[in-house]
Each structure stands twice: as structure tokens, then as C-alpha cells.
Design a binder for this molecule. Structure first.
Ligand code: SDX
Length: 434
């Protein structure tokens, strides 16, 4: 990073402060304000971090205006077309594409870490049957810290690597077992003869009483979706993982915090919210414009779920790719009438919204969550599992960002300040005098 400077002048005192202007490989230049409080005695104010870079990173690059997403410099379109989710995991974690031998070794390591400690099974039965699988996943992932004390020295690169491998390997088992428990079905153990996504579908849908073979079409579509969700710069859940880890908390606790943040409908919970919205539209029998008008009405908290993005102000490149997968899958499969109806409604809604000034002016386009739910439904995956799959995919992103942060010499605990607007210096009044 080369540095120029910017000068800030305090108009009330005339005091000037020169701050370094950092030039990234690509993207906006960044003012290093870390000396501002010391020099000028002022904080900066940026709730929601609209203009704030929380860290420097070499992992994922986004250009919101050009719809660019790159993992370790490789465009998402090339990775989606030619790579696999486990190869992308290797790329993100190791900052290089693996050789054939390295990839085979990595796949074998992941395959051999998919089992959970038998005692962990009892954690699932502590939940009510109708527990949301995300609630189960948050609890079980956090509990992994109780099982891996032997490899939790976060200063040890080998411990960090084995932790990353364990999490990538075990998330599909935890995800599938969350679903199996919630639906009263027996747990299906991982099968080391299957590929990553095939194994997940096997653990989700196989039954002890009959043969099951995951559809290669679905396994491939799911692998693609995992690639598209693997990492995404400093989004809310990744920032949560970084902040939680900055206190030197263990990575399982930090990832559990990331899962909790992802669950919100404004973030990873949007894929489930999109389907519920499309179903509400279909069941209402009302014209689409009614819902578009509601989304524009400031007095109505209804939003077009799956639309808009903090960074992408043109199009979300993942949405473009997922839209293609959606059409292809529904064409290749005997999808049910309801799935086709949901897709038709989604496409019609997209068309109406993209011709409406309100959305065009605010640069609100379909995001990664707008179509993914339709694909999950076509795979037979229930709505409350959509965000669980997003969490499964994003685990490699969280753990890679965690590894990057804790590997930096002298990283600091994250401790933002505030603009205090409450009362000050009040006199305490004893209760009998109030
Ligand atoms: C993900 O950050 C990431 O990278 C996240 C993610 C990842 O991979 O990690 O990409 C995954 O979370 C995708 C986003 C999924 N969320 C949704 O689809 C929920 C619906 N979208 C919104 O809630 C919203 O667009 C956000 C949360 C995604 C972005 O919110 P911002 O950037 O804070 O924008 P904003 O709320 O300030 O909205 C700006 C304007 C407002 O109107 P005005 O006040 O200017 O009049 O746009 C309006 C908003 O009311 N607006 C919408 C809208 N989204 C924004 N109006 C109707 N429907 C919407 N969906």
C-alpha cells in the first residue's frame, strides 16, 4: 500500500492534522484515522460503517459499482465455472490454488474429519423438536470448544489450520443433523466414499430403511451455491467473527457468534424471508404492484426481501449466476407446480421492481438471496434450513478472515467508541424522596 496524505483542518481552532491516505491494490483509497483522536481529540461517527474500513485484507475483493467479486484475486465467474467448493476452501485458506496432489490430500483430510464426537449427539436432544435449525447450529458449533482443547492455541498456525479443517468438515454433519433432529428422523452418519455436497445430501435425506443416492445434478448445483456464498469481505457476520476473535476468544465461539449474526433477515436470513414473501404474494392473489408499492411505503415495514445490498449498487454477480442455476435446475428437474410458480413470481417481481423508479434511483437490485431459496426448495430443502446452508458455505470465509486477523502481529482488541447523547452528572434521589 502506498501512502499520500489528507489534511483535516479544525475550523474552530485552525489546527491542522495530516493523515495518511492508503492506496489499496484496488478499490477506494482509505484515510488512516487512527491518530485522529490523539491529534485532534475527536472521534469519527459512522453508524452502520457506511464509509469505514475495519481492517486491511488480502482475501476477498468486491467492487459494488462494477459487480465484481474475487476470491484471492480469482473472479467468482471463473471459480463457479471451473472450481469446486473444497478447492475454493483451499484457495481461501492457503492463498493459492492447490496442485492435484494438494487438492486430493485436502479433500481426504476434510472427508476424515466429518464425524462428530458421539457425546455431541446429546446436545441435539436438548432442543425442542420445533427448534429452528439455526438455533441448534449456534449451540452445537459453540459447544465444539468443549471438545477440542488440544488444538486451541490461536497463536499456533497448525492449531488454526486443524480448526479450519474441522469446522469445514463438520458443518455439513451439524447442519444435516439439525434438520434430522427437528424432523424426528435418525441421524445419518457421514459416508467417506461420497463427495462433500453428496455427503451432505446423503446425511439430509437418506433413510436406514431404503437405498438413497444423491442426485449428481443437485450435488453439483449445491456445490456451486456453496462457492458463491463462501466469503464476502467484511459483511456483518464476518465482522462479528473478527470482533469476537479480537478478544482472543476461541474460534468455535467466534464462528457461533457469526452464525447468530448471519441469522438476521437483513443478512443471511433473507433467503428464507424471500420464499415467505413470494408465498405471501402468491397466496394473496393481489397484483405484484401492491407489494412493490408496500415496499416503497415508508409507513409500511414491508421490504422486498432479496433486493438491495450495502455494497452492490449495480448487480450482485452471485445473483446473476444463481439465477442461471435456478432456471437450469428447474428445467432439468420435474419441479413441482409450486416451485415453478415461485420462480415465475420472482421473475415477474424482479421485472416490475427494476422498471420502478424507486428501486432504480436507490440502486436496489436482486442480491444473492433472491433466487437461492427457490433452488433449495427444488432440492427438497425446507425453508428453515436455507440460512443453515448459507452458514455452512460461509464457514470457510469466517475462519479464513479469523486466521488472517490473528496471524497479524500486534492485532488489537476491537473497541469502538461512541457519540454519547444521554444525561450527565445527575444527583441520586433516594427512593422515598422520588
Ligand atoms: C446479504 O454485506 C454483505 O455482503 C451481505 C451478503 C453476504 O454475502 O454476506 O451479501 C449477504 O446479507 C445480502 C442482503 C440480504 N438482505 C436482504 O435481501 C434484505 C432486504 N434488503 C435490505 O434490508 C437492504 O437492502 C440491505 C440490508 C441489504 C442493505 O441495507 P442498507 O445498505 O443499509 O440500505 P438502506 O437500508 O439504508 O436502504 C437505502 C434505501 C432506503 O430508502 P430511503 O431511506 O433512501 O428512502 O433503500 C431502501 C431503504 O428503505 N431499501 C429498500 C430495500 N432495501 C433498501 N426498500 C425496499 N425493499 C428493500 N429490500
Amino acid at each position: 500500500m502506498t501512502t499520500d496524505t489528507v489534511t483535516i483542518i479544525d475550523d474552530s481552532t485552525g489546527k491542522k492534522v495530516q493523515l495518511p491516505l492508503l492506496t489499496p491494490t484496488s478499490g477506494p483509497k482509505t484515510i488512516d484515522i487512527s491518530a485522529l483522536y490523539k491529534e485532534l481529540g475527536y472521534f469519527t461517527y459512522d453508524p452502520g460503517f457506511m464509509s469505514t474500513a475495519s481492517c486491511s485484507s488480502k482475501i476477498t475483493f468486491l467492487d459494488g459499482n462494477k459487480g465484481v467479486l474475487q476470491y484471492r484475486g480469482y473472479p467468482i465467474e471463473q471459480l463457479a465455472a471451473q472450481s469446486s467448493y473444497l478447492e475454493v476452501c483451499y484457495l481461501l485458506m492457503n492463498d493459492k490454488l492447490p496442485s492435484k496432489t494438494e487438492l486430493a490430500e485436502f479433500e481426504s483430510i476434510i472427508t476424515n474429519h466429518t464425524m462428530l464426537h458421539e457425546a455431541l449427539k446429546r446436545f441435539f436432544s436438548g432442543f425442542r423438536r420445533d427448534a429452528h435449525p439455526m438455533a441448534i447450529m449456534v449451540g452445537v458449533v459453540g459447544a465444539l470448544a468443549a471438545f477440542y482443547h488440544d488444538h486451541m492455541d490461536i497463536r499456533n498456525p497448525e492449531h488454526r489450520m486443524i480448526t479450519a479443517q474441522r469446522l469445514v468438515a463438520k458443518m455439513p454433519t451439524i447442519a444435516a443433523w439439525s434438520y434430522r433432529y427437528a424432523t424426528g428422523k435418525p441421524f445419518i452418519y457421514p459416508d467417506n466414499n461420497l463427495g462433500y455436497t453428496e455427503n451432505f445430501l446423503h446425511m439430509m435425506f437418506a433413510m436406514p430403511s431404503e437405498d438413497y443416492k444423491a442426485s449428481p445434478l443437485l450435488a453439483k448445483a449445491l456445490d456451486l451455491i456453496l462457492i458463491l456464498h463462501a466469503d464476502h469481505e467484511q459483511n456483518a457476520s464476518t465482522s462479528t467473527v473478527r470482533l469476537a476473535s479480537s478478544s482472543d476468544a476461541n474460534p468455535f465461539a467466534a464462528v457461533a457468534a457469526g452464525i447468530a449474526a448471519l441469522w438476521g433477515p437483513a443478512h443471511g436470513g433473507a433467503n428464507e424471508a424471500v420464499i415467505r414473501m413470494l408465498m405471501e404474494i402468491n397466496d394473496s392473489g393481489k397484483p405484484l404492484q401492491t407489494f412493490v408499492d408496500r415496499a416503497k411505503d415508508k409507513n409500511d415495514d414491508f421490504r422486498l426481501m432479496g433486493f438491495g445490498h450495502r455494497v452492490y449498487k449495480n448487480f450482485d454477480p452471485r445473483a446473476t449466476l444463481i439465477r442461471q442455476i435456478c432456471h437450469q435446475l428447474l428445467n432439468d428437474m420435474e419441479s413441482t407446480g409450486e416451485q415453478k410458480k415461485l420462480l415465475e413470481t420472482a421473475m415477474a417481481l424482479e421485472k416490475v421492481a427494476l422498471e420502478d423508479d424507486y428501486f432504480v434511483q436507490r440502486k436496489l437490485y436482486p442480491n444473492v438471496d433472491f433466487y437461492s431459496g427457490i433452488i433449495f426448495l427444488a432440492m427438497g430443502i425446507p425453508m428453515n434450513m436455507f440460512t443453515v446452508i448459507f452458514a455452512m458455505a460461509r464457514t470457510i470465509g469466517w475462519i479464513t478472515q479469523w486466521n488472517e486477523m490473528v496471524s497479524e502481529p500486534g492485532y488489537k482488541i476491537g473497541r469502538p467508541r461512541q457519540l454519547y447523547t444521554g444525561p450527565i452528572d445527575l444527583e441520586y434521589i433516594p427512593v422515598d424522596k422520588r
